[in-house]
Design a binder for this molecule. Sequence first.
Ligand code: F6R
Length: 611
Amino acid sequence: MCGIFGYLGKQQAYPILIKGLKRLEYRGYDSAGISIFNEKIKTFKCKGKVSDLENHILQGSTAGTMGMGHTRWATHGPPNNINAHPHKSQHGHFVLIHNGIIENYSRLKKKLLALGYRFESETDTEVLVNLIEYIYLENKVTPEVAVRLALHKVIGAYGLVIQCSDAPGQLIAARKGSPLVIGIGKDEYFVSSDVTPIVEYTKKVSYLNDGEIALITRDTFSISTIKDKKLVPVFRQIDMEIGEVEKGDFEHFMLKEIFEQPRTIQDTFRGRISKELGTINLGGLFEVMPRLVNAKRIIIIGCGTSWHAGLVGEYLIEEFARIPVEVEYASEFRYRNPVILEDDIIIVISQSGETADSLAAIQMAQETGALILGICNVVGSSITRETHCGVYTHAGPEIGVASTKAFTAQVTVLTMLAMLLGKKRKLLSEASYGKFISELQEIPHKIHDILSDNAHFKSIAKQYKDVDNFLYLGRGYSFPVALEGALKLKEISYIHAEGYPAAEMKHGPIALIDENMPVVVIAPKDDSYDKIVSNIQEVKARGGIVIAVVNKGEKNISKMADHVIEVPTTNLALMPLLSIIPLQLLSYHIAVMRGCHVDQPRNLAKSVTVE
Ligand code: F6R
């Protein structure tokens, strides 16, 4: 979603802001802009990419050591030069950048119109900046107080950075529902919607909480609540290196992240499993383990890829720990008046830890007494702070909009959790528990093996890059993989793709099958192998093209399928960690061959912080 980056220090702000905005490009955006303070505030903005903004500014003077930049993902009003941020107030006192949505903006706008304010853009943001100015001029208060008073009148979500032309050397930032982090360097400060643009300057940060305002000047930094209660800032060290947010030798972040998976899965289980001792240890859940072990029901909540990981989690937990699990889309759950019992365990899965619907689902569940756990990747993110406890996935920053390594890390955590619960509930023998741990440790090597077949996946991609539709089929653990494979393809290549439980095909989708329809069938040698063989025959009988993902050495399906992708054998419960890899690469190559912008697909945002 929109990106925010502000700078106040001794260096020239412009190059720092542009670099910062480029680091935020992965969040998804359609226009960009910056404001720089040098005697007065100069603003440049335009539709398009940050590079378009640079071209747009070519002739402009950008001197100044304080400024802020924004990448906008349109909500109110289409992407164009006028709707792009920053927005300036009518009399020029304030300039503002904003992530989020001001829900009561039209009522506020009406009032401001009646007071003589005129608006250039269609945005809710311009309403807010004018409201701040109106309060500032009317009440003759400081800029910070004007911001505070204005925010009392606002309903909605925001991450804001504000400059006032009467207050040189001062940045004001405020947060409610949209993340903001402040980086503290030597004689310089940064404000950002996430840490990726900050990491190359400083590792010392302070996260703003909902309802907090930060006042940053050249030599001080203070935080207070919107109700003006002074707070002591809490500082943290970010554990991230600059290399993690750069592409290195890879053409795209997505490709880099797919190839990182042997390491990221290892990072997810490092220190948590021991082959020697035959143990799994999830430190973040230690204190709540008795409650988890005796759980009567688990509800897993997520969106998109995280929801797919949750579905794998359902199959795992029900199979190994025999606890009933329900998997819910956060956006449905939060609005459909679900039954949440006091002794329920809720697990919220989110890469970013900022997804608005998942956060809202947590807030709803908070009143019920249920225990709420998070499985998140971004350290310090909102979901990690709103849940009672949880497990970090430790996959490192995921920059490509299409989630890859986050999925396998989430599944790794869920697998460890299911096994641990199975063991503690005395449903798994010592021997099978130990065997399982050894198998999990082998997964990174096996993924290496799959990645070495990349050229083969590319050659398949070449043959089907121009089709209009794809179908993905799987049974059992392979069904969520089919859904995830289809999502990967549609989001980055814009080919329509559907994932289906293989046996459901004859209840509808079979009508779609003809000689133009590639059908990806995930068919490991599991209990339903014979049934999936029949499904493949049904597709072939109707002229469909079968791309089969099978275990190494498989003979039967290999004779029927048009293309065979082999993956190593493993414990069946671990198959999703292997079978998703070729599907990620197939989508990647198809998208590249179609000339799509793989890392920033159209209309998509990396973290969806609005409803
Ligand atoms: C798909 C994708 C999205 C996210 C979804 C949830 O590749 O990235 O479907 O999985 O928006 O995001 P998080 O996991 O950050 O809550």
